[in-house]
Ligand binder design. Sequence first.
Ligand code: NAD
Length: 420
Amino acid sequence: MTPVLSHFIAGEFRPDADGPLLPVINPSDRDDVIALAPEGSAAAAALAAAAASAALSSWRRLPGPARAEHLYRWSSAIEARRAELARALSREVGKPIAEATGEVARCTMILRYYAGEAVRDLGDVIPAQMPGALQFTMRDPLGVVALITPWNFPAAIPLWKAAPALAFGNTVVLKPSELAPHVGVLLAETAAAAGLPPGVFNVVLGGPSAGAALLEEASVRAVSFTGSAGVGARVAAACAARNIRYQTEMGGKNVAIVLPDADLDLAARLTAGGAMRYAGQKCTATSRVIVAHPVEAAFLDRLRAAIEALPIGPVEDAACAVGPLITPAARDRVRAALANAPGERMFGGEPPGDARLARGLFLVPALLRDVDPGASVAQDELFGPVLAAFGVRDVDQAITLANRSRYGLSASLFTRDLGA
Ligand code: NAD
């Protein structure tokens, strides 16, 4: 029997009252239906926001060290199930098991870090101009905080938003990605096992309509979003219209620059990993590499070898580096972008020949060169295992080209020259 996932509201798992259920499918093996999850509803979002609102007054009054204890216990509850969580995460989003294990380890560290911050809930004393006046600042929780998160780091991103919010006395409604609801439910299970008071951390399942409904809940006083630039702009507009606080962490078109004095082996190995691990489905994945002409040919040879050395699936193999694309639509989008890309495709872009991977959404990593820097493949976030290489004269031209992007998220520079 395929399990049916429930929302986690006021400390209880509650099935969706009326909405349709959608299958959650393993991207490594499309025959493997992991669960059925609610498509989401405004009613569930409203219940979750109400539960978070009801829990607020006692949670915000708890002293910081007491809230810290809850976060420590949550961290231990995750640690106790770490292998199971890593396997579930890997199965749901196709993350290679070594990286999934690392993500779960990071979750325990995030909770411990913010537990420490809850103890250091400091303010400032400000010298006053008026005699006898005492001026100081203190931190005050905002209230109910909504978290809207993407599928690609389905445990770490929810926790690096929830932990600071909870540490400082806010209560939380998490709306995980509709592509990773099972991990969201496992986070709820560990929160419950750790004894977090009911309503302090809620999980409402569903897709865009559930997220949009949550943004309209009057009790939601702040939103933390991570996801694509297009959705982030809509989230920001909705929050601005309600005059509530928000943060939006979005996509990238990240660049690596390789100068003539670089250690080419190191640069090739790190660029290959940065671009292709987890099939390039990271906001910080490298998707452009800019190489100085004198070392261009030598670097591209090494880069090709380094990319080809990265094992593609199965994700449960400890050595796996490149997993599947997340959905058929994502794989189609990457293949269409490659088919339309100007310039030379040096290799990659086709499904791998390995019969063990035939039911998954795998693609062989692709390297392009001589691409028009204004073309879509050089400008738009593809979120797939595709890297475009550009040759340049010198560091100035490299920086001009690096900055020819509407994104700014991460960048790397390979050189031994501190001046560069
Ligand atoms: P996405 O934008 O499609 O979805 C993100 C979340 O928003 C999901 O929970 C989704 O259900 C919800 N959503 C969609 N439409 C909505 C709406 N109208 N109102 C409210 N919520 C809505 O992103 P994704 O495909 O899940 O994730 C991949 C993207 O996330 C990439 O662009 C990647 O670069 C980015 N990302 C950024 C960071 C970062 O820290 N900057 C980290 C990881 C991923």
